[in-house]
Design a protein around this ligand. Structure first.
Ligand code: DC
Length: 215
């Protein structure tokens, strides 16, 4: 049986950076599941269809697979195009659909079949790998997350200011945590890590220590 470290939490909490560094430190592969929802949003955009109303016909024409940390859709390597602001919003609409979550469940479980992984998302510890021994819910205040996003700038629409980014973060949190299926919430047995005011190194060390003890 392979080992999964599940890292869930809201957007902008520092999850990706921490998950990647933890994977390096543990010698595990790193898998970002948000990119699956983003890939569906991108595919819907390219096909000119509503990301909030995907059909089984549409999904059955797409083959998503991780090769290591890289995500391929029908053989095409997806990269920077997944980080665009409209794709982030589209992914949030995509992620509310049961048909989508059912479709992506085996894709995510398959990623852990052949390798030890740190998997990052919103429902990894609650739905995808409820039996994972190491589960973390990484979070930070909305203000802190907005500040970090300003500093990164990659996903910010041109001309957006702090207030606009804060509002967008709160809107996305609300949508992700109130949806009926697989809402964003910590698993009962997850360690909750508030990264507000902590350095990345402090967070990674805290998680690595927990993992080493759990092994
Ligand atoms: O982590 P991210 O920003 O790349 O995620 C994009 C969207 O996908 C986000 O709105 C939440 C959703 N998502 C999800 O519902 N479940 C996951 N396991 C990962 C992401």
């Amino acid at each position: 049986m392979s080992t999964v470290v599940a890292i869930d939490g809201p957007a902008g909490a520092g999850k990706s950076t921490v998950a990647r560094l933890l994977a390096d430190r543990m010698g595990y592969a790193y898998v970002n599941t948000g990119s699956l929802y983003r890939a569906l949003a991108l595919s819907a955009k390219r096909a000119g269809i509503d990301p909030g109303a995907l059909t089984s016909e549409f999904l059955s024409g797409l083959k998503l697979e991780f090769r290591g940390a890289d995500l391929y859709c029908n053989g095409e390597l997806l990269g920077a195009e997944l980080r665009a602001p409209d794709i982030a919003q589209g992914a949030s609409m995509v992620s509310r659909q049961k048909i989508v979550r059912d479709y992506l469940l085996p894709v995510q479980r398959d990623a852990a079949r052949t390798q030890w992984i740190v998997m990052e998302g919103r429902d990894i510890g609650t739905v995808i790998f409820p039996d994972a021994k190491c589960k973390f819910f990484v979070t930070a205040t909305p203000e802190e997350r907005a500040r970090r996003r300003m500093a990164q700038s990659g996903e910010i629409a041109a001309g957006a200011d702090f207030e606009a980014i804060l509002a967008e973060i709160k809107e996305r949190d609300e949508r992700d945590s109130t949806r009926k299926i697989a809402p964003l919430k910590p698993a009962d047995d997850a360690l909750i890590v508030d990264t507000t005011g902590l350095s990345i190194e402090e967070v990674v060390e805290k998680l690595a220590k927990f993992c080493r003890q759990a092994q």
